[in-house]
Design a protein around this ligand. Sequence first.
Ligand SMILES: NC(=O)C1=CN([C@@H]2O[C@H](COP(=O)(O)OP(=O)(O)OC[C@H]3O[C@@H](n4cnc5c(N)ncnc54)[C@H](O)[C@@H]3O)[C@@H](O)[C@H]2O)C=CC1
Ligand SMILES: N[C@@H](CC=O)C(=O)O
Ligand code: NA
Length: 427
Amino acid sequence: MTIKLGLVGTGTVGGGCLDILRNHREDFKRHLGVDMEVVRVCSRNPEQAEARGVLHLFTEDFNDIINDPEIDIVIELIGGTTAARDVVLGALRAGKNVVTANKALMATFGDEVMDLAREKNLEVGFEASVGGGIPIIQPLKHSLISNEITSVMGIVNGTTNYMLTRMVDDGLSYEDALAEAQAKGFAEADPTADVDGFDAAAKIAILASIAFNSRVKLNDVYTEGIRNITQLDMDTADDMGYVIKLLALAHRTPEGIDVRVHPTMLPKAHQMAQVNGVFNAIYVTGDAVGETMFFGEGAGAGPAAAAVMGDVLEVARHMTLGIPPVVGCTCTDNLPIVPMEKLSTKYYIRFSVADRSGVLAAMAGVFAKHGVSVRSVVQRGSAQHETVNLSYVTHTASEASVRRVLEEIGGLEDVLRAEPSVIRVED
Ligand SMILES: NC(=O)C1=CN([C@@H]2O[C@H](COP(=O)(O)OP(=O)(O)OC[C@H]3O[C@@H](n4cnc5c(N)ncnc54)[C@H](O)[C@@H]3O)[C@@H](O)[C@H]2O)C=CC1
Ligand SMILES: N[C@@H](CC=O)C(=O)O
Ligand code: NA
């Protein structure tokens, strides 16, 4: 029995999948007893299909794949939530199993996709949607299933981690670092999804849904990206013994799910602080297992395609053996999302202020008034420009109090010279 595949998307990840199948088809037959063949490919780029040697299988209309009765598994690798949703839902309606790498789709329409799959008794694999080549969705749905998961925390965007690493280690500008990440195939078609944190938000929404058995959607995730991180903040962080990482966090709390993505200062000795370049890492804590960490390349053709083809093989193996879907949607509960204002953590706040007497005292008064206790203050600046940068690190404080501090200092007459920079701190 040969399992017939329809590939929608022949870009970075689609190309990686074709390479894997070309290199290992015979191995799969030998090791797993599974034979697979791509019988149709679709994209907007015939030149891309030609370069990958599959022009003879090419169509520009994904309906040719959905409606092809010969195709068993549809692989969706186009991204976005419009055409991709039509491809995935259309394939399921046509009775085909689906494998996708699309986090935006799964974090927005995951419930619709999984409900339809259940109704049709079909499988949807989406391992590549989080952490690229790192196995994380399958472990959460299988190996860690006996645990109550209490938190999931990670660096889950390869593009921004690559950028931050190149900016800190090699002094690259933000623009040059982004251009490199794009050239390496790490970034989304629209890289604002990476730099503004939405890619990481989609990923933590998917992980939180599985970990806590409760649907978390992209819109539920408080999201800040790395666009406002300045070289000055990186240098100050370095002086203070920290590095800045874009962290995705999800905690089970008595009040519900605390889920967020934002730049975070981590002590240099923290394990996550050592995760550099395109590497991702995901910490999962369970009540029985304790702490586990998953590490690997989070983006790029090879890692992403390895995860996609792992799912394809698993589905193909089930089909070959006549095994029906075992694990579908696991969102049985309906936990509330904890609003960001309820968060309590430590904060780095940098104010660019007028360099004159009385300013420091006035600011100290505002911190004290709102009960935000300061752990350290570092001053950097040049008298020449009559501006000084005051970088505070607080003790644990509530998000609501810190916002009141920011508002009140913003209202002090002729003090602020620029928007303050706020970065949460994890120790
Ligand atoms: N690049 C990476 O490192 C990773 C990407 N992903 C996900 O994999 C998916 C694909 O990403 P890439 O391969 O990087 O994108 P890409 O931009 O390199 O390729 C996209 C492909 O989809 C085709 N396409 C776009 N719209 C189409 C439409 N309406 N009909 C037919 N074809 C269409 C394009 O012609 C192109 O062949 C996305 O969901 C992305 O988030 C997941 C993990 C890692
Ligand atoms: N753009 C994403 C690709 C993988 O999911 C990233 O940079 O992590
Ligand atoms: Na993965």
